[in-house]
Write a protein of this length. Structure first.
Ligand code: 5AD
Ligand code: SF4
Length: 455
């Protein structure tokens, strides 16, 4: 008997998120936008009618991951009706090629087009039922979209992401974000504060404010320092984090806010990218190495407790061994708590792709990454040693990866800490004082201190 494929009464959607925290947040927005139109979500991709991939375009390997997932879906789609959607930065960036390269993709939506998703998916399902193979695209960038009225459907946990702005106008020459996420725009602070209050009411103990360059947050008379302080004062929020500021314009008011407000985490992620002035100039970072170093000094003079972390790109166009050594020297000088180190990956249409040759051989890029990773591991190891013997407050996230007998949480400076639970119950969201007795390059090991009993 021939069974007609039936349109499901309630379409089940599975969403996979790749890339940065902004994508995590956007997936939560998408969940909210689709749920209010009657879609439901499943963790199980096997029973999903719709699989969405929220993608990242920042480096080649991010692309490759998505292509691997898409090719896995080819065989699934042969056996059952399935709508496949590509969202986010890759959808925006590859709008011309992706539908041809991966014919199984039914829906494409860039970061500013998520309001159109319910309609796009419904149309794709109807067309699929009728046996019509036609792509549905919505990849227009907008100068205004901030999704201000959408309350994200958040993942459980202790942390809630809140986007305070979208897009980027910095045009660092290596970076694809200004092209995939469009022009910079700040959200109304009223909406951000409402969202922060709602997060606190829902039991989130921490919020992380997100923007490509939070220092350029600007709305009427509001700047980022003012916004951060107001969010930190929301009752119930114990920790506020933010990422990322740009080193070119770090205002003193922001430094004062971080330094003095007890709820604002003593952690600043300050991407440096390179320690050489010629390379920084080619990267269009608009600061010099010595300007960066004097900012580091200012931060540390203001508050010695502030942990600094960074991003570095190794093997940018025409970077010489000597110029790379400048980056090594900068890392030795600053002694970051930790660092994300990336191999330069040329992205189509960026300024660097148009102006410069990606001429550092792959093997040299790899050597430089390894040298930096090794150096940073030693520094992180030494820095973490400094906590041994002290008591640090840890916000509990859950169990450690290794064992359900161990708790895991983060320090104010965002370092992972673990401890033996010894039969005691710890709940995500609890703040636990840990007496640190050992450490590695990535983890502090502690003993939970008895907490003062509540009156
Ligand atoms: N190649 C390698 N790393 C990159 N990043 C951004 N674009 C590229 C690229 N083309 C890194 C930068 C940035 C971080 C989010 O990703 O270090 O700070
Ligand atoms: Fe990319 Fe630079 Fe904007 Fe960061 S600030 S998103 S690195 S262009």
């Amino acid at each position: 008997m021939h069974v007609m494929s039936q349109k499901p009464a309630v379409p089940l959607v599975h969403i996979e998120t790749f890339g940065c925290q902004m994508n995590e947040y956007d997936s939560e927005l998408v969940r909210s936008l689709l749920k209010r139109e009657g879609f439901q979500f499943t963790e199980d991709r096997e029973c999903a009618d719709v699989i969405l991939m929220n993608t990242c375009a920042i480096r080649e390997n991010a692309h490759n991951k998505v292509f691997t997932h898409l090719s896995d879906l080819r065989s699934v789609k042969k056996h059952r009706p399935l709508v496949v959607g590509v969202l986010g930065c890759m959808a925006q960036n590859l709008k011309a090629e992706l539908p041809e390269k991966e014919p199984i993709v039914d829906v494409l939506a860039g970061p500013d087009s998520y309001r159109q998703l319910p309609q796009l998916i419904t149309n794709a399902m109807t067309l699929q039922e009728q046996g019509v193979d036609q792509k549905r695209l919505a990849v227009e960038l907008s100068e205004y979209e901030t999704y201000d009225d959408i309350v994200p459907e958040r993942n459980d946990g202790v942390n809630a992401w809140i986007a305070i702005m979208r897009g980027c106008d910095n045009f660092c020459s290596f970076c694809v974000v200004p092209y995939t996420r469009g022009r910079e725009r700040s959200r109304n602070p009223k909406g951000i504060l409402e969202e922060a209050r709602l997060c606190a009411e829902q039991g989130f103990k921490q919020v992380t404010l997100l923007g490509q360059n939070v220092n350029s947050y600007s709305y009427d008379t509001w700047d980022f320092a003012r916004l951060l302080l107001e969010v930190a004062d929301v009752p119930g929020l114990e920790r506020v984090r933010f990422t990322s500021p740009h080193p070119k314009d770090f205002p003193v008011d922001l430094l004062k806010a971080v330094s003095s407000h007890p709820n604002i985490c003593k952690h600043i992620h300050l991407p440096v990218q390179s320690g050489n002035d010629r390379v920084l100039e080619m990267m269009n970072r608009t600061y010099t190495c010595s300007e960066y170093l004097s900012l580091v000094d200012r931060i540390r003079t203001m508050n010695t407790q502030i942990a600094l972390t960074t991003d570095i790109i190794a093997g940018f166009c025409s970077e010489t061994d000597e110029e790379f050594s400048d980056t090594i020297r900068l890392v030795e000088t600053v002694r970051f708590h930790s660092a994300f180190i990336f191999k330069y990956s040329e992205r189509k249409n960026t300024i660097a792709a148009r102006k410069y040759r990606d001429d550092v051989p792959e093997a040299v890029k790899s050597e430089r990454v390894t040298a930096l990773v090794d150096l940073q591991r030693k520094i992180s190891f030494d820095r973490n040693r400094e906590y041994v013997g002290s008591v640090v407050n840890v916000l509990v996230e859950g169990n450690s990866k290794r064992s359900s007998d161990q708790g895991m949480g983060k320090t104010d400076g965002n370092i992972t800490a673990v401890w033996e639970k010894n039969g005691t119950s710890v709940r995500p969201g609890d703040m636990v004082p840990l007496s640190i007795y050992d450490s590695s390059a990535s983890t502090l090991y502690g003993i939970a201190q008895p907490q003062p009993s509540s009156p």
